[in-house]
Design a protein around this ligand. Structure first.
Ligand SMILES: NC(=O)c1ccc[n+]([C@@H]2O[C@H](COP(=O)([O-])OP(=O)(O)OC[C@H]3O[C@@H](n4cnc5c(N)ncnc54)[C@H](O)[C@@H]3O)[C@@H](O)[C@H]2O)c1
Ligand SMILES: O=C(O)[C@H](O)COP(=O)(O)O
Length: 629
């Protein structure tokens, strides 16, 4: 079959099993390994009602429930001081629903203290075992430093965790949990409210009427019935918005490269490409997460492709829109109106042109702010925080897997391999295909009892999901997240005749029943299929579809399929060289002499459009794809 050649070897800077002294290695390891098992309670820097020199009772790092306090409504003062020594202290720094407070008070001492300065928060946190926040509290590295040794869990009463320094939390062994589902309906309803308010100029007309005017002809609106709404991001909130818009008689289309088509069909929504969505929509509603891919995805270029007079709603994250470009699009009339709940900077600056624009309706990040959602979120987060304080695994943990150190150290290089294979495989899926079923095949000389694959499976899941979502995946939440996303991950172990010293010989990731943007990645069995191995402690890609390759998984990767003929390596190498793109690895695999071949090229830099166009223009190249690792 295929031959393979590795022309040049450069080792990536990722960690190896024995590289724990390397600081970068440590930070990568921290994604998968941390939970603070120390039970020491520091001497508090500042004494408060919640903080005495007495040691809080901790048994195996979990709290015993001792005489649960009777609940008393919404107090910001200390409660049950007599039993403080026996109970964890939970600081709530933003308004939380009463039902959640009640749950918390049944277990610990609860202090509600709002609008704390950073110094006040740092001072208080040294005496707290848990902190509960919404989006307004910045939980920075300094906060974790101040809480070191005592702060065990941070609960985010909502979805977005961008205000919590997760890396610092992990480094300090502090669990972070969130409440991802309880505000979905509230956000969807707010989206619909903004859509209707915008179409009928409700906010502007209200202000004008209150100012004593009677401007009936100025505030003639537009109808929604029969109009096309493009839902960008067909996840929890997006699909609920779509359902409601259908009820208003709108024609709903959606763009979400990773949403299953059957889920969309069930609601009567067509999944379309990004360009098709923005070019045909009368209204566009944004529901995708803020990721490197979606950052400022609505910009001068994409606005220019929209139907003139389009109306845009954003209840997702401000950062998905280039706000200056939106002002230009509003001024030129490409965008007739916008309704925004979220902003790149919150609160936005006082003189913000966008906020002040007469065709813009704004709300101060109110998507999750209904009584019902806040009660739901409060209960969801209270239960997650209490579970964490009791030492239970949390389904909504975002940063805290638990793996025995010796298992972790042995699996460390395979962890990197598993994540990179997941990350590569998902990028090979063509937009519009919904991923439902993934199989991970481990080839190993060890018997099933000697190989714990939970961590590897979790890392494949992390690689598959993180590039397409703002969800953070780890050992604790991987299966939960996969299930939530309708992704079935099955595993198969194949016993091979290799060294039992090594836990794994190779890992294969297969994605079934989807189209690929690189047809050669589809194996004879009809799945997107890639294999990898750890070589010299580093992850390598060893097979793509039916082609053998051998390329170190570092930096970025270009896969090309071409007719096997002389000069191809040089031609592509020259194109990249002309654009100052450094090739770190190159490997060629082929079916047979002078037939089809695959070239896998590792590149340090991201090639620009011109370089990619030039590669595509080489006549012998039949297809190619650029992948970020
Ligand atoms: N305004 C508020 O108060 C409020 C409340 C809740 C949620 N939110 C925000 O709303 C957004 C959606 O939340 P959710 O709970 O529905 O999340 P979700 O993870 O359920 O859905 C997000 C969807 O976006 C899709 N997606 C990823 N990349 C995409 C891309 N490039 N183009 C199109 N779609 C893409 C994902 O496949 C997923 O289906 C998030 O940004 C969240 O932070 C805001
Ligand atoms: O991420 C979220 O859940 C929403 O943006 C709501 O944020 P909030 O809790 O600050 O209202």
């Amino acid at each position: 079959m295929a031959s393979s050649a590795c022309t040049r070897a450069i080792f990536p800077s990722s960690f190896t099993a024995s590289s724990s002294s390397n600081s970068e290695s440590k930070s990568k390891l921290s994604h998968v390994s941390f939970i603070n098992t120390t039970s020491s309670i520091p001497i508090c820097r500042k004494l408060s009602h919640a903080c005495s020199s007495k040691r809080t009772l901790v048994v195996n790092n979990v709290f015993k429930t001792v005489n649960p306090t009777k609940t008393s409504g919404g107090s910001s003062k200390s409660e049950d001081v007599a039993s403080l020594g026996q109970k964890p202290t939970i600081l709530v720094s933003e308004k939380l629903g009463e039902a959640g407070l009640k749950v918390l008070r049944g277990f610990g001492h609860v202090e509600c203290a709002y609008e704390l300065s950073q110094e006040e928060l740092c001072s208080k946190i040294s005496c707290c075992d848990a902190l509960i926040v919404r989006s307004g509290t910045k939980v920075t590295r300094e906060v974790f430093e101040a809480g070191k040794g005592r702060l065990k869990v941070v609960g985010r009463a909502g979805v977005g965790i961008d205000n919590v320094d997760l890396q610092a939390a992990t480094e300090f062994g502090c669990l972070v949990v969130n409440a991802p589902t309880a505000n979905t309906i509230a956000a969807a309803e707010h989206g619909i409210a903004l859509l209707a308010a915008m179409a009928r100029n409700i906010a502007q007309a209200d202000a004008s009427t209150k100012a004593g005017k009677w401007q009936r002809s100025k505030y003639v609106g537009v109808s929604m019935v029969g109009k096309t709404l493009a839902v960008m991001g067909f996840g929890k909130v997006g699909s609920e918005v779509a359902r409601r818009a259908k009820g208003l008689g709108m024609h709903v289309i959606a763009h979400d490269p990773y949403a299953p088509a059957d889920r969309a069909r069930a609601i009567g929504v067509d999944l379309v490409s990004f360009d098709q969505a923005i070019a045909t929509a009368d209204f566009i509603s944004l529901h995708m997460p803020l990721t490197p891919t979606t950052n400022k995805v609505f910009n001068d270029d994409t606005f220019s492709k929209m139907k003139k007079g389009v109306r845009i709603v954003n209840v997702a994250r401000g950062g998905v829109i280039d706000e200056d470009a939106l002002v230009r699009a509003l001024d030129s009339g490409i965008v007739a109106q916008a309704a925004l709940d979220v902003f790149t900077e919150e609160p936005p600056s006082k003189g913000s042109k966008l906020v002040q624009h007469e065709n813009v309706t704004v709300t101060p990040h109110l998507g999750a702010s209904t009584k019902e959602a806040q009660e739901g979120v409060a209960i969801e987060i209270a239960e997650a925080v209490l579970g964490a304080l009791k030492g239970e695994l949390s389904a909504t943990a975002v940063n805290a897997p638990m793996v025995a150190p010796e298992v972790l150290s042995e699996l460390a290089p395979y962890v990197v391999l598993a994540e990179k294979l997941g990350r590569l495989a998902v990028q090979l899926v063509s937009g519009g295909s919904g991923i439902k079923s993934v199989k991970v095949v481990y080839r190993s000389a060890r018997g099933p009892d000697d190989l714990d694959t939970r961590l590897l499976r979790a890392m494949v899941t992390k690689g598959l999901i993180e590039p397409i979502s703002n969800t953070i995946v780890n050992l604790v939440n991987a299966d939960y997240i996969a299930k939530q996303k309708g992704l079935r991950i099955s595993e198969e172990r194949v016993v091979v005749d290799s060294s039992p010293e090594l836990p794994v010989d190779s890992i294969q990731v297969q994605i079934s029943s989807v189209d690929s943007k690189f047809a050669s990645a589809v194996s004879e069995g009809g799945h997107i299929s890639i294999d990898g191995k750890v070589k010299f402690g580093e992850p390598h890609l060893t097979c793509v579809g039916s082609f053998d390759v051998d390329v170190s998984l570092e930096g970025n990767l270009i896969l090309c399929r071409q007719v096997d003929q002389p000069g191809m390596i040089g031609r592509v190498g020259n194109i990249l060289g002309e654009q100052n793109v450094n090739v770190s690895f190159m490997s060629v695999g082929r079916t047979s002499r002078r037939k089809k071949a695959i070239m896998a090229i590792g590149v340090d830099e991201e090639p620009n459009k011109e370089a990619l166009d030039n590669i595509g223009a080489v006549p012998a190249i039949e297809e190619f794809v650029f992948l970020k690792l």
